[in-house]
Ligand binder design. Structure first.
Ligand code: SAH
Length: 303
């Protein structure tokens, strides 16, 4: 009995279960109304569903934009990493060129090249001048194919030829054999104006577009036979020929300023060619000096 009384007493201290259930329901309803206003439970469920649905719809709508942002961001990050890698490779290439210059010092009569030339070799993006398939090799000290059986010259040779021209920031330079436009870009960084002639039309057009895109506003590309030079723009402080001729074209000598210099590979297609430095003295007399055995694609003539 005592136990029963005890039970009954405790039971009596709390409201019966049905009352508690009702209180809980009211509390829940009150809370719901306080939080979400006077709506039915079904309305709440609908509202909640529509919130979720609209969030999902918004996410789906935003997805292409988000994907674009992500792609742009990752593209930019990758490009930046590539540029960094290329800059690093250029620095290594400069060291190799310096070593090659040192090793060939006996031929070229100097131990080091003009610091400005070295600097632009370290700055100009050679990978922009080669086909995509050659980009991994852009900073190897070798010539590379650029299509139409032609090549972009070896960086060491580009550096050496540029150095031998003895140019400064006021110089006006003629290049025969635009090819990729790389040598023209190197010159453009160092001189006032570059005129360059290419005989293979698609190569010349491509080089022109490329040089424009990269911002080399002081280069003019012309399609034609460079054997005759560029009469309307002559005379030049310096002339560089990047294809091998069997003899030095007389029009080019004529278009060289007194005090000017020309660098040209001379020799037959299957014979050893020599890189020749030609200097025109103030009195117009011409001296030539063989610098180094080289191998270039031939200077061709329009038939
Ligand atoms: N300077 C170039 C290397 C070019 S290779 C560079 O930096 O990439 C030599 C180029 O000379 C070839 O593109 C070839 O088509 C061109 N060429 C050959 N004979 C020519 C001529 N008679 N006139 C103009 N360009 C010529």
């Amino acid at each position: 009995m005592t136990a029963m009384a005890g039970e009954a007493g405790r039971e009596g201290a709390r409201p019966p279960r049905f009352v508690r259930d009702e209180m809980m329901k009211r509390l829940a309803r009150w809370l719901r109304q306080a939080l979400f206003g006077r709506r039915s439970r079904a309305a709440h469920a609908r509202a909640a569903r529509s919130v979720v649905a609209s969030r999902v719809a918004a996410a789906i709508k935003a997805w292409p934009a988000l994907a674009l942002v992500f792609a742009a961001w990752s593209g930019a990050a990758l490009a930046a990493a590539d540029e960094e890698e290329y800059a690093w490779r250029r620095a290594v290439l400069v060291k190799q060129i310096e070593a090659d210059v040192h090793a060939t010092g006996r031929y070229i009569g100097k131990d080091r090249l003009d610091a400005r030339v070295i600097e632009v070799i370290g700055a100009v993006k050679r990978h922009e001048f080669v086909p995509d398939s050659e980009k991994p090799y852009a900073y190897i000290n070798r010539p590379l194919p650029i299509g139409y059986g032609q090549t972009i010259s070896q960086p060491y040779i580009v550096a050496l030829m540029t150095d031998l021209l003895g140019i400064d920031e006021d110089s006006v330079v003629l290049e025969v054999g635009t090819g990729s436009g790389y040598q023209a870009a190197i010159l453009a960084e160092l001189v006032e104006r570059v005129y360059t002639i290419e005989i293979i039309e698609p190569l010349g057009e491509r080089a022109r577009t490329r040089l424009e895109r990269l911002g080399y506003g002081n280069v003019t590309v012309r399609i034609g036979d460079g054997y005759y030079g560029w009469e309307e723009r002559a005379p030049f402080d310096a002339i560089v020929v990047t294809a091998a001729a069997s003899f030095v074209p007389p029009p080019l000598i004529a278009q060289l300023k007194p005090g000017g210099r020309m660098v040209i590979p001379v020799g037959g297609r299957f014979l050893v060619q020599q890189l020749v430095l030609i200097e025109k003295a103030a009195d117009g007399s011409v001296t030539t000096r063989q610098m180094l055995p080289v191998r270039f694609v031939p200077l061709v003539r329009k038939k």
